[in-house]
Design a binder for this molecule. Structure first.
Ligand SMILES: C[S@@+](CC[C@H](N)C(=O)[O-])C[C@H]1O[C@@H](n2cnc3c(N)ncnc32)[C@H](O)[C@@H]1O
Length: 220
């Protein structure tokens, strides 16, 4: 049984029709957007860079990144374009800084139409909802962006001994090895990243719900 809401038929339509675009991505709107942008800036993101926000949802980060970046330097993908457009219409102070064509529906980490000039990418609170094969796919497919300097992503971790069992994270969320919300073990994640050509660094930054932030840097 899956409890991943994003894979439930009609989930996006029903929630968007009810005006719940913020709730769909987990709420904690301002705090989470600020944390994600601060992490990117700490990783070197400057206004002239080009950002790809993977699984961008209702632009919780986008509504802060778009004014920070030079116009046109923000790109986003998500399984639901309608969700990104809801954020575009409701949350951007100056929609003229973002062409909605840069909000691209993509549930397969294929990044169709995203230009090669991307320098930074982030997937915040996305992989906790997806099996590890999706993270591997993303790590592998992101290597096509030859100018990509950093890829930031969050996951839940569990200790090796608890990998196969439900594991209670520090703030109470229970994660699982084989269903959402998913956890990984640190060694397995490290191996996966290396096999796809990335060095990983773990951040000590405290994140909502006890997720862990990693910064991946491409191997030379
Ligand atoms: C918890 S929300 C986080 C959204 C955004 N990153 C943020 O922090 O506000 C998870 C997002 O992942 C998206 N998502 C789920 N499965 C996906 C997939 N296979 N490919 C791309 N996005 C996906 C959902 O539509 C949702 O917007």
């Amino acid at each position: 049984m899956t409890i991943n809401p994003y894979e439930t038929d009609g989930f996006y339509d029903a929630a968007l029709a009810a005006g719940r675009h913020r709730a769909i991505v987990g709420g904690r709107w301002d705090e989470t957007g600020r944390i994600a942008l601060a992490a990117l800036i700490e990783a070197g993101l400057a206004p002239h860079h080009h950002l790809l926000d993977i699984g961008a949802g209702a632009l919780r980060l986008g509504c802060k990144a778009v004014p920070y970046l030079e116009p046109g330097h923000y790109w986003a993908t998500d399984a639901s374009r309608a969700l990104m457009l809801a954020g575009y219409h409701a949350e951007l102070d100056d929609p003229g800084r973002l062409d909605p064509a840069q909000l691209i529906e993509d549930a397969d980490f294929a990044f169709p139409g995203v230009p090669e000039r991307i320098t930074h990418a982030i997937a915040f609170a996305v992989f906790p909802h997806l099996p590890r094969s999706r993270l591997q796919l993303a790590l592998s497919r992101l290597r096509r962006f030859i100018g990509l300097e950093k890829f930031l992503f969050t996951v839940f971790l569990a200790p090796d001994a608890a990998a196969a069992m439900p594991y209670r994270q520090a703030d109470g969320v229970v994660t699982h090895g084989q269903r959402a919300p998913y956890h990984l073990i640190a060694g397995e994640l490290e191996e996966m990243a290396q096999s796809c050509g990335w060095h990983l660094a773990r951040s000590t930054r405290m994140l909502p719900r006890g997720q862990i932030l990693f910064t991946a840097t491409p191997m030379a």
